[in-house]
Design a protein around this ligand. Sequence first.
Ligand code: COA
Ligand code: AMP
Length: 629
Amino acid sequence: MTYAAVYQSWKDDPEAFWMQAAEAIDWTEKPSKALFDDNAPLYEWYVDGKVNTCWNAVDRHVEAGRGDQTAIIYDSPITHTKHEITYSELQTRVASLAGALRAKGVEKGDRVLIYMPMVPEALEAMLACARIGAVHSVVFGGFAANELAVRIDDAQPKCIIAASCGLEPGRVVHYKPLLDGAIEQSDHEVDFCVIFQREQEVAHLEDGRDVDWHGFQYGVEPADCVPVEGNHPAYILYTSGTTGAPKGVVRPTAGHLVALNWTMKNIYNVDPGEVFWAASDVGWVVGHSYICYAPLITGNTTIVFEGKPVGTPDAGTFWRVISEHKVKSFFTAPTAFRAVKREDPKGEFVKKYDLSCLEQVYLAGERADPDTIEWAQDQLGVPVIDHWWQTETGYAIAANPLGIEKLPIKLGSPAVPMPGFDVQILDEAGHPVGPNELGAIAIKLPLPPGTLPTLWNAEDRFKKSYLQQLPGYYETGDAGMIDEDGYLYIMARTDDVINVAGHRLSTGAMEEVLAAHPDVAECAVIGVTDQLKGQLPMGFLCLNSGADRPHADVVAEVVKMVRSKIGPVAAFKLACVVDRLPKTRSGKILRGTMVKIADNEDFKMPATIDDPAILDEIRTALEAMGYAR
Ligand code: COA
Ligand code: AMP
């Protein structure tokens, strides 16, 4: 079948399409139907089915006689460690961990926060939760204690599973003090913490609260898989929104299984037994879907890579891992390729490795610039596929589905909508616009299985953020267009979210931190273009009258504050003091205009600007920082 035929078959009969896709999943009780729309515009899928994610990701492969196949390859150039875990071993380890959690009172529906670096135990913790129907919420290691505390208060976990430390090149990330600080800051009290002690740093365990990962599993009964309802939350993953409070994206169990399983063959073109590698982090949605769940559900071998594209030890690391472990499909972020290309533009490292196993490469997380795609295609000699998705959807909205048909690649476009997604470009009044016309990218409801049904404990926020502006549609927050061949182009965000090295960050959250500095009267944070990371945050500070401290000191202090409040991953290093911020007459800060000046792009003077002269002051400040040129 061609892509067009598959897409049309979904459009003609979505119910039949998704019931057929559900056949690939092992159910304890099969669902009577796919879509449950009684509560529209809130939709759910496979609600009356009973199923377990861990069974589908682990046990069923062992039952089918594939227990000796490698499930996880751990490859850490930072610790110089490699090891493999078979499906049988994974089953034993996960059942034991799940049993120990259950013995300490964790039950179906309880939340468990996971704060782990890129080690196989992170996946085991996720799967152990899934095994007993507990709802995990993984927090990325690059966030600071405060972000962790916010998530503890929102998810109200019974327990936290953490490692003693993470490892960044040249630096140990002390997880335990961060964790202790977060627990101290949060109002919610956790019952206990499970600490995975790494040999690089053994942490102090708090008496009565902390238990050792291995010790607490001693002598416990391994847990069997607990079947859950189709709409039971598999996990909560927090992502940036417009304000400082992160949004808890809820992932429903059954739809997640069905949809992820569908993507592995149809989009990523891999079959059971083959090796799939997503070089991301378990703290992001890519890590959830394509390091942990999807490859395991399909019965692939997945790679847990603890390293960076460059510097661990060199720009050939990706190629070494691909060659050594026989990776067939590789997934990374454009920024990672830009980092490699910067160090090895001629691909000298590529030539050192036999990459004949590699058949295709996928990029996502941010706009893939044509230069980077062309460079990768030239070096690797395989299709390099841009695809577009969000934490909210959990898998690709638009892609080039190589497992169905290789469509022509158009540079700058993540290709075409996947079945389940009726993508439309709408004007401000909500009317569809013509081909090649810019507008808000919206998806006609219902969204397909596996996408977010709501936000954790925040149904009103869910409706307000995604459903209300354009009734009948899900608003993606991205702006772009569709060309005459139906190819999508993602151009910009319509909100205050920026994308730094493939990481989604809220400028609103950074502004909240800057505003808390005692000398800061008013501030704005914008995302400026960066050659390597795509975007970088930049802060503008107006100081209180009477604040006479050197500007450089205030700047240094706010940089430190963002690092300690949000985390190093915000990469907030650029800030300046200005007298005033450009605003409309109604007082709205003209952030978009400031971005255009910083990036040295043409812009139209906003008709509602209060005082155009302020823009000259902004330009001068930007020039002093090496921008606006
Ligand atoms: N734990 C703790 N700190 C972390 C971290 C983690 N898991 N991940 C990143 N950080 C820190 C880094 O150490 C760095 O700290 P520094 O300011 O002390 O140097 C800071 O956060 C910024 O990190 P990063 O954005 O990764 O920048 P970098 O300069 O260290 O590396 C790249 C640049 C391009 C190599 C890197 O951004 C990269 O690998 N990007 C790919 C991202 C990706 O795969 N995203 C997946 C989305 S699909
Ligand atoms: P996240 O939820 O962190 O995955 O971020 C999702 C956002 O990243 C999207 O809404 C887009 O703004 C951006 N994004 C992800 N993939 C792409 C892509 N292939 N092209 C352009 N932007 C992308």
